[in-house]
Design a binder for this molecule. Structure first.
Ligand SMILES: Cc1cc2nc3c(=O)[nH]c(=O)nc-3n(C[C@H](O)[C@H](O)[C@H](O)COP(=O)(O)OP(=O)(O)OC[C@H]3O[C@@H](n4cnc5c(N)ncnc54)[C@H](O)[C@@H]3O)c2cc1C
Ligand code: FES
Length: 251
């Protein structure tokens, strides 16, 4: 884990309220892996006080860049979206445990909305997984994912792009094809993917999101319930990636 002041190389809106930011941090990049996250200090003042966690979306080793993809939802991400090329952002990272990589297995990736962020770097390290992406309406980054996929499935809720519906429907139909599944996205989607995988004895890895404070295991803000006698784990250091069998969504 490093703490660095990183230079913003670009920070542009790619869809309404969705931004792609590139930061120059070559030393952090060399120790980072798919599924880990960065904790960004948003402002030089104490408002907002807490850092904001963002997943590593992509690593550009040639240029020394870490690419982040974020949705503007509140004060922190709004302030982040105002940052310009050349601005400096203080970053702690890489943090957490990333995705285990199974290159020789038949794999599928299922992502929804802004939850696709940690899945792009992952898709580069697998052997052409099938990729299922779902969005409400506005799609983004699909060309990047297509290039790493064996078969690419796109769904929108209103049918404005790809097929109308949810990616989990087709995934359910194809489940027999896979040995390992990776997912990140809205809770309802990842809970469905977990159920489908477990009913079919397919190993599944989920990237979890919880509100975070410290990001380094010291404050308990990010605790999530596990299957181990209801014990809690910390998403920031035990995750954010968990085997689906470890995490509990329904009580
Ligand atoms: C491991 C991890 C990786 C993430 N990766 C991404 C990503 O790649 N792209 C992306 O757009 N978002 C990601 N998120 C969610 C992102 O951190 C929140 O959207 C962001 O912190 C919201 O901050 P805000 O000030 O704009 O919103 P506010 O709602 O004003 O935030 C208030 C507080 O709640 C926390 N918070 C609010 N929503 C979330 C949330 N969903 N998860 C965690 N904390 C939250 C904030 O950190 C802050 O402390 C990730 C979250 C986690 C835990
Ligand atoms: S955010 Fe503090 S323990 Fe996880």
């Amino acid at each position: 884990m490093l703490i660095e002041n990183c230079r913003i190389v670009s920070n542009e809106s790619i869809k309404v309220d969705v931004f792609k930011m590139e930061i120059y941090c070559p030393s952090m990049l060399t120790i980072a892996s798919a599924g880990q996250f960065l904790h960004l200090r948003i402002s030089d003042s104490y408002d907002p006080l807490l850092r904001r966690p963002l997943s590593i979306c992509s690593l550009d080793t040639q240029k020394g860049l870490i690419v982040l993809l974020y949705k503007v939802i509140g004060k922190g991400t709004e302030l982040l979206s105002k940052k310009r090329m050349g601005d400096i952002v203080n970053v702690i990272g890489p943090l957490g445990k990333g995705f285990p990589i199974y290159k020789d297995k038949k794999t599928a990736i299922i992502g929804g909305g802004i939850g696709i962020a940690p899945l792009l770097e992952l898709s580069k390290h697998l052997n052409y997984p099938d990729i299922y992406l779902g969005f409400k309406n506005d799609v983004f980054l699909i060309e990047d994912f297509k290039g790493y996929s064996r078969t690419f499935y796109l769904y929108t809720e209103d049918g404005s792009d790809g097929e109308k519906g949810f990616p989990t429907n087709m995934f359910f139909h194809n489940i027999d094809k896979y040995e390992i599944v990776y997912t990140c996205g809205p809770k309802a989607m990842i809970a469905t993917v977990k159920d489908i995988c477990e009913e079919n004895n397919v190993e599944c890895y989920i990237s979890m999101e919880e509100k975070m404070g410290c990001g380094i295991g010291a404050c308990l803000t990010c605790s999530c319930k596990t299957n181990n006698k209801g014990k809690y784990k910390k998403v920031c250091i035990d995750g954010p990636v968990f085997n689906s069998k470890e995490v509990v969504f329904h009580d």
